[in-house]
Design a binder for this molecule. Structure first.
Ligand code: MSP
Length: 512
């Protein structure tokens, strides 16, 4: 069985979950579920980034210990994963011993090998970004808003020899087309690497920052939060154990475009290279959810709490919306109106009503039992031809992360099932006593149930709850592989359907 390892970024513990975090988890989950359905042995890691100045400051403001704040955040983000039906195998917190041990081991190794040195640093520092800045970071002579207050400081620190690997990194990206997806993001990295890169300051003096992992070779300093956080990807899969050998190198690190450069595309590959660890196979870089053209975020007050939406509309509706609306890699606008329009038209009408029509008619015309296919006419042939052009294509699209198009095609097929229902009009056939019409009636009931079974099968990575419910309502159980289940069969014949169910209820008060 092929092993497949996938991760999300680990969220900052000082924020509360918003749509951006939720999207990344759902996207990663869709890929993980898809690979599992395709037969891979998947390991899916997510977690929480708990150290650093911002956590220390937020805790101070609230008069609590940083770890208390982190414990609260861990509950909130784990809760988010549950509410979103995320199938992660583990949740790593950077305050866990298993993580801190690996960070310290690697720091010591790099120090012993002369990859880390001590030096005096004089320059600009942004506490908000927890980052040293250079003149070139100014825009029109000013520090951009994102850096908050910028101060000039002089201090001794430890530096990691990043610059010595610059040429190697350029070569690696040039020769590994799959390293960054989508490809246009690799161009941005290459552009960045045209300028010489500086060595990376990987320590913070304890007097300025206590909330971090002490350097094993100098306890007066803690590790820079990115140097600490990135290592979760290996500590969370048991670095140094058999588990690690099984799953590393990671297949995909799923991240937002804001953290590609420099942490994931420069620091992380060089850290691994310097430690003699294999590089990630690929970075899957998604875009941002925007609100009125701006990145949705807590600091701009535009963050939507996904949990409120899930409470009102259900997990699968949320999952469907974010995957249907976002072309992976691009930005997308998040609006309540857009959500409602997808909810009503795709989910409640096209899918939900179809299911109920099938359940109703089967209950009424064949005593709740799905009949056999007895005759195939043009309408049936047309629908099956469309299926032949849908199933494998959608799998191919999923393979290329074109989930939005995959869903579009799947719903085009669902619309065709609805058209088939209109065209065969079982309610008219039911009025006729002619044996031919009765055969057509039974066939149409069979065909629409079978077509729906196939369609919801394709939705499984995205809306696993819907698939499970519809399977149950069609009386369908199967131990076949996913690909087998996506083949036409007569498995539904003779099955008893369930009671009418509203999959996607109309919201009580719209716009709430
Ligand atoms: N802690 C760092 C990541 C460390 S990974 C070793 C971090 N945390 S974050 O909470 O700010 O962001 C977590 C993820 O959510 C990032 O991949 C980020 O791009 C993503 N998103 C945050 N806001 C977003 C949107 N508005 N839209 C889509 N995703 C965005 O960065």
């Amino acid at each position: 069985m092929k092993s497949f390892y996938i991760t999300t970024a680990i969220d900052y513990a000082n924020g509360s979950p918003h749509v951006g975090h939720a999207y990344e988890k759902v996207l990663t989950d869709v890929v993980a579920r898809f690979r599992r359905l395709m037969g891979d042995d998947v390991y899916f890691l997510t977690g929480l980034d708990e150290h650093g100045q911002k956590v220390q400051q937020s805790a101070q403001k609230r008069g609590i210990e940083p770890i208390e704040l982190c414990d609260e955040a861990a509950e909130a983000f784990k809760g988010l994963c549950q509410s979103l039906d995320i199938s992660n195998d583990d949740f790593i917190r950077t305050t866990e011993e298993r993580h801190k041990d690996v960070v310290r081991t690697l720091l010591q190794k790099l120090y012993d090998e002369g990859e880390i040195y001590k030096s005096e640093y004089k320059g600009y520092y942004s506490a908000r970004a927890e980052q040293f800045l250079q003149e070139k970071d100014k825009v029109d002579g000013e520090w951009p808003e994102i850096f908050g207050e910028v101060t000039e400081i002089t201090e001794s620190n430890y530096f990691f020899k990043l610059s010595k690997y610059q040429d190697w990194l350029i070569e690696h990206i040039k020769t590994h087309d799959d390293f960054i997806f989508p490809r246009f993001r690799a161009k941005q990295v290459m552009e960045f690497l045209k300028e010489p890169i500086n060595d990376l300051c990987i320590s913070r003096p304890k007097e300025r920052l206590e909330w971090g992992i002490p350097l094993p070779f100098d306890e007066d300093f803690v590790a820079y939060v990115w140097f600490d956080a990135l290592i979760n990807y290996i500590s969370g899969v048991g670095y140094g154990t058999e588990e690690f050998d099984k799953y590393w190198p990671v297949d995909y690190h799923v991240i937002g475009k804001d953290i590609l450069l420099p942490p994931h595309s420069v620091y992380w590959p060089i850290m691994l290279k310097a430690c003699g660890i294999a590089l990630p196979k690929s970075l899957l870089v998604h875009g941002w959810w925007l609100s009125s053209g701006e990145k949705m975020s807590k600091s701009t007050g535009t963050a939507i709490n996904p949990l409120d939406m899930i409470d009102q509309f259900g997990t699968d509706a949320f999952r469907y919306f974010v995957i249907r609306e976002m072309n992976v890699g691009q930005d997308s606008n998040f609006s309540f109106e857009l959500f409602m329009s997808r909810y009503n038209s795709d989910l409640a009408n096209d899918l939900g009503n179809l299911l109920n029509r099938i359940l109703n008619m089967t209950a009424r015309y064949t005593e709740g039992q799905i009949p056999a296919c007895e005759t195939e006419g043009d309408l049936e042939k047309e629908l099956w031809t469309l299926w032949e052009n849908t199933g494998d294509k959608v799998i191919g699209l999923y393979e290329d992360f074109q989930f939005h198009t995959g869903l579009d095609k799947t719903f085009a097929f669902i619309s065709s099932i609805n058209r088939y229902v209109e065209q065969t009009a079982p309610w008219k056939l039911a009025k006729s006593e002619a044996e031919d019409d009765q055969k057509k009636l039974r066939t149409s009931l069979y065909v629409m149930a079978e077509a729906l079974r196939l369609a919801v099968g394709l939705l499984e990575p995205v809306t696993p709850g819907v698939t499970e419910k519809v399977y149950a309502l069609l009386g369908y159980e199967s131990s076949q592989t996913w690909k087998e289940r996506l083949q036409r069969s007569d498995a539904l014949t003779g099955r008893s359907v369930g009671e009418k169910t509203i999959l996607f209820p109309k919201p009580q008060a719209e716009g709430k």
